[in-house]
Write a protein that binds this ligand. Structure first.
Ligand SMILES: CC(C)(COP(=O)(O)OP(=O)(O)OC[C@H]1O[C@@H](n2cnc3c(N)ncnc32)[C@H](O)[C@@H]1OP(=O)(O)O)[C@@H](O)C(=O)NCCC(=O)NCCS
Length: 170
């Protein structure tokens, strides 16, 4: 069973092992990471920062569990209230667990959380133009593409264009 739960400080060991194992797999899809990112201490610092943002209502940092094992991450970030009531969704799933519908399931759960629990109006996602797998995950969860953002995010060492998607609350 796929479920997500809030990341915990004690997840640092498992997450460090996971990002080490997926270093080459994730490289083309992520910002450039420093060496600390691949250590337990670096992961622990990232978790602490994420939980601090969670306490302030700015982020929902979840790990993805396949039964009891952590197989990835799905975050709601950039949560904005006021007239926008919007957030972004970002995610990754460990390479060896790909192709089993895990991201589709996890993104669906967080989309529902954003609308039903947080009362948000809109969830946005940005996908590299050639990230077909991610676009499939979004489309299967009712996200619609609405634009192309030139040089939107600094990924794998350069500013890259992204396709923007959004899902609106039912
Ligand atoms: C994108 C990602 C999250 C997908 O995770 P996943 O658990 O494999 O996703 P799912 O199994 O739910 O769905 C992926 C779909 O894309 C398909 N797919 C994978 N690679 C593909 C490709 N190159 N071209 C076309 N379809 C592809 C899969 O077959 C699957 O579709 P299917 O169920 O119809 O067979 C994962 O590959 C990942 O973490 N990538 C690196 C980080 C990343 O890109 N994050 C998203 C940033 S927007």
């Amino acid at each position: 069973m796929i479920r997500t739960r809030r990341v915990r400080p004690e997840d640092a060991d498992a997450l460090a092992a996971l990002v080490q194992r997926n270093r080459e797999f994730l490289k083309p899809w992520e910002p450039q990471r420093d060496e600390a990112h691949y250590t337990v201490a670096g992961q622990r610092a990232g978790i602490d920062a994420a939980l601090e943002q969670y306490e302030r209502g700015l982020m929902v940092p979840q790990v993805i569990l396949d039964d009891v094992d952590i197989v990835g991450r799905v975050f709601l970030t950039g949560i904005a209230y006021g007239a926008a009531r919007s957030c972004d969704i970002t995610y990754w799933v460990s390479g060896e667990a790909n192709g089993r519908g895990i991201a589709t399931d996890a993104v669906g759960q967080l989309r529902q959380y954003a609308f039903d629990v947080m009362g948000l109006h809109r969830v946005q996602a940005a996908s590299l133009v050639h990230n077909v797998a991610s676009q499939k995950v979004l489309e299967r969860n009712g996200f619609r593409r609405f634009g192309l953002a030139p040089s939107y995010l600094h990924i794998a060492g350069r500013w890259q264009d992204h396709v923007l998607f959004q899902a609106l609350a039912p």
